[in-house]
Design a protein around this ligand. Structure first.
Ligand code: PMP
Length: 414
């Protein structure tokens, strides 16, 4: 691939102007370098503008109003459902449910679809899952006496397909797996995994939290039954999540949360409650209306920039690995193709110390167990340093980061 760096640099300078947070000066000295994008990605100007405009001009509740403000908010809210549907190529907009994040989406599936599972049924779960895709299943398995079976990974950090196939039995009802690891950045071959799952008559839930802002997602091509992600990892605000469920499955699911907006009519004198149609029966109460509306603008922005993001993040990660490979005592987790996330440890230095010292230079990285303790324990470690990129990161920032990292290593090791 021929890369025109001059063009890329110009583009990045222009894009960075779109992100006001980059103007922050840390400890009154350093320009902020933000490498914690896997935790939360920053919002571009136009998304922030929509949030402000909503609060000034049409803050109101949706669906139930007869007045102008409520109608405008309802239209904008439903417009987001349509764009999410298109963005992930779902077949019907009714397959899109708004939640407050990936975590709540998974909890909704475990409490709704999961609740129908029977004693002895089995769920396959990969060892590289974020705790939000483990704990709900662990709790459910205790409640319903289900069996959780761990899908192992090989030494490259990839799912071991042969071992995965062998885990299935007639009792397997669900596979739960992340699309991209939030620690190693490794991409799981979802299409392959879902073909196998369906052949074995199991459904598959994919955690797309770390994939959605880095690669094109097509739920029909991937052939998945459930796909979940968060707005705040897709250039949108916090408090918004998406749960995609294939319509025929969704129609058989019972609601998990109950209250206003999700019942068609109710009387104390009948036992049966008449719930609203899908997806509304899964959206009880008042949602994060403002942020859901703003998420429309995030997805429009992401769609426009996704091809560039894919190219640029590849360059960033390649450059980072090249620079880190020159550092003695460093161990990078995972050896495979990855998406803009990389974790490492430096022998003899605590990861938290590295994070704290980098912060003194205005560099934000993530340190800790990243809510994936089973995977880290598998590697025999407790904490790692994580670097994760977004579109606005630059080669210059990586250069500065590596220089400061080398300084820190010198302080500790020499
Ligand atoms: N899954 C993965 C892979 C994640 O990285 C995260 C967030 N770090 C989550 C799930 C949870 O997302 P949220 O906090 O937005 O619910």
């Amino acid at each position: 691939m021929l890369i025109n760096y001059k063009f890329l640099n110009k583009k990045i300078i222009k894009i960075r102007k779109d992100f006001p947070f980059l103007k922050r000066i840390i400890y009154k000295i350093y320009n902020l370098i933000y490498f914690d994008n896997a935790a939360t990605i920053q919002m571009p100007n136009n998304v922030i503008k929509v949030i402000n405009e909503y609060n000034i001009y049409y803050n109101s509740n949706i669906h139930r109003g007869t007045h102008y403000l409520s109608n405008s908010a309802t239209l904008a809210y439903e417009r987001t459902r349509k764009i999410v549907c298109k963005f992930i190529n779902a077949k019907y907009k009714e397959e899109i449910i708004f939640t407050k994040g990936t975590t709540e989406s998974i909890n909704m599936v475990s409490n709704s679809y999961g609740f129908k599972l029977k004693k002895g049924n089995e769920i396959l779960i990969s060892i590289m899952e974020h705790h939000s895709n483990i704990i709900p299943w662990k709790i459910l398995s205790e409640k319903k006496k289900l069996k959780l079976k761990i899908i192992p990974v090989n030494d490259k950090g990839l799912v071991d397909i042969k071992k995965y196939k062998r885990l299935f039995t007639k009792k397997t009802k669900l596979v739960v797996i992340t699309h991209v690891s939030n620690v190693s950045g490794v991409i799981n071959p979802i299409k392959k995994l879902s073909i196998i799952a369906h052949k074995k008559k199991s459904l598959i839930l994919v955690d797309g939290a770390q994939a959605i802002s880095h690669k094109k997602i097509d739920v029909q091509k991937l052939n998945v039954d459930f796909y979940v992600f968060s707005s705040h990892k897709s250039y949108g605000p916090t408090g918004v999540g998406i749960l995609y469920v294939r319509l025929d499955i969704l129609r058989c699911m019972v609601p998990w949360q109950f209250g206003g907006e999700m019942v068609r009519n109710f009387t104390f004198f009948k036992k049966k409650i008449n719930f609203s149609e899908v997806p509304y029966k899964f959206e009880a109460g008042t949602q994060a209306i403002c942020n859901i509306i703003a998420f429309y603008t995030s997805l429009k922005w992401l769609k426009k920039n996704l091809n560039f993001i894919k190219i640029w993040e590849k360059i960033l990660i390649f450059y980072l690995i090249k620079k880190l490979n020159n550092i003695k005592n460093i161990h990078i987790l995972g050896k495979n193709k990855r998406i803009s996330v990389l974790s490492f440890i430096i022998e003899g230095i605590n990861s938290h110390d590295i994070g704290l010292l980098l912060d003194q230079y205005g560099i934000a990285i993530r340190t800790g167990n990243h809510c994936v303790q089973p995977m880290l324990n598998n590697y025999g470690i407790n904490t790692v340093c994580r670097i994760s990129f977004a579109i606005y990161n630059s080669l210059e920032e990586i250069k500065l980061f590596v220089n400061f990292l080398k300084k820190i290593i010198k302080i500790f090791l020499y």
